[in-house]
Design a protein around this ligand. Structure first.
Ligand code: SF4
Length: 217
């Protein structure tokens, strides 16, 4: 299995939902409206940055947020996917078992020693260091010259920036150990505990075979 920040986060949220989505693969093809709108915004920003064109009229409000990337576009990697194999080594192609990180924006300094990872957020402010931990590890493995990674969220609705997390290359080993521990815990799980309503209501869930799945939505 290929793990990712999203799958680890889903396991933390509700192991039963993780089981339904990634093991049983019997969740409904359901995406709540907010998530679908977020996907549209991400795709529009990706296209606008890659083609160096303005955002569509109804998304012009986000131009200011992405202007800092436009200013450094020659050094920016937009929607960068980084694969790590099961031994946490950089992999050029998708491995059978391993870890994948999808970075909205990756900027690498001219000397190749510093990297900045930005993640666009369309929802309410929610800081989760695990996400940037995963991204920092991916950058260190894919770019051996990078010594420091800064990661932060950009909240598109307000234009605000989240906490700036700084990672030195030495931190990579500790991150890798933490992620490996989480994966070992998932792989040893045979209970897949349903976390009914914690922290999010089951109303938003797509796991219709779970006994807690709301009958009326
Ligand atoms: S319905 Fe609730 S308890 Fe069941 S998988 Fe979904 S979120 Fe978890």
């Amino acid at each position: 299995m290929i793990y990712s920040y999203s799958s680890l986060n889903l396991y933390r949220t509700c192991p039963q939902q993780f089981y339904r989505k990634y093991i049983a693969k019997d969740t409904l093809p359901y995406q709540k409206a907010e998530a679908a709108a977020g996907t549209d915004v991400h795709e529009a920003i990706e296209t606008a940055l890659k083609t160096r064109q303005p955002l569509p009229k109804h998304m012009e409000v986000y131009e200011e947020c992405i202007s800092s990337v436009r200013g450094k576009i020659d050094r920016a990697r937009i929607e960068q996917t980084i694969f790590l194999d099961e031994k946490w080594r950089f992999a050029l192609t998708r491995p059978i078992k391993g870890f994948v990180s999808k970075l909205d924006v990756l900027l690498i300094s001219e000397d190749g020693k510093r990297a900045v990872v930005m993640d666009w957020k369309t929802g309410k402010p929610r800081e989760d260091t695990l996400q940037h931990d995963c991204y920092a590890l991916a950058v260190f493995r894919a770019f051996p010259d990078v010594q420091m990674v800064t990661g932060f969220n950009v909240y598109l609705k307000t234009g605000k920036i989240g906490h700036q997390l700084e990672y030195s290359r030495e931190a990579a080993v500790g991150i890798q150990e933490r992620l490996a521990l989480m994966i070992a815990q998932i792989e040893a799980d045979d209970v897949w505990l349903p976390k009914k309503g914690i922290p999010f209501p089951c109303h938003w869930c797509a796991a219709h075979k779970c006994k807690h799945y709301p009958q009326e939505k």
